[in-house]
Design a binder for this molecule. Structure first.
Ligand code: FES
Length: 153
């Protein structure tokens, strides 16, 4: 039969190993991703989209959405949505919860594949665990041109 008593020294040594392992593995468990998600995506220069081009045609009608690369932050693409006849919205695809990339909207709902947060077509959070909106950029629709800019402070 195994001895159920362990010495104080053994207990402290085992506990120390567990704490060290948790500290080393935390970034792999997603905590490091959270830190990334909290940084603000940078858009150095405006992005101009010509809606006459086939790759942007989804924005020609309300409800349409696309993603475009962000040259200032290559790992943080920008989603552009056509919110109604005269307006568009643009926001980062990086979920503010733990940094996963949200998908294109389905029936007007943008979902995060990791923990099921949802957002509306303007990037506003509608269901947690995310507590904040997707990071928004300024976006203007002028005729058949969409211009996306860094949000003014
Ligand atoms: S990363 Fe958790 S809900 Fe998006």
């Amino acid at each position: 039969m195994e001895n159920e008593h362990i010495s104080r020294r053994e207990f402290i040594a085992d506990t120390g190993k567990t704490v060290l392992a948790a500290a080393l593995l935390a970034p792999l468990a997603g905590f490091g991703v959270q830190a990334m998600s909290q940084s603000i995506p940078v858009l150095v220069n405006p992005i101009v989209l010509d809606l006459n081009k086939p790759e942007y045609r989804a924005l020609a009608a309300p409800g349409g959405a696309i993603t475009v690369p962000n040259p200032g932050a290559p790992n943080k693409p920008i989603m552009v949505t056509r919110t109604d006849e005269s307006t568009v919205a643009a926001f980062s695809v990086i979920c503010p919860h733990l940094g996963c990339k949200v998908g294109l909207p389905q029936n007007g709902i943008i979902s995060c594949p990791c923990h099921a947060s949802t957002f509306d077509m303007t990037g506003k959070v509608t269901k947690g665990p995310a507590k904040t909106d997707l990071y928004r950029f300024d976006a203007v629709l002028d005729g058949s041109t969409v211009t996306i800019m860094q949000k003014k402070a």
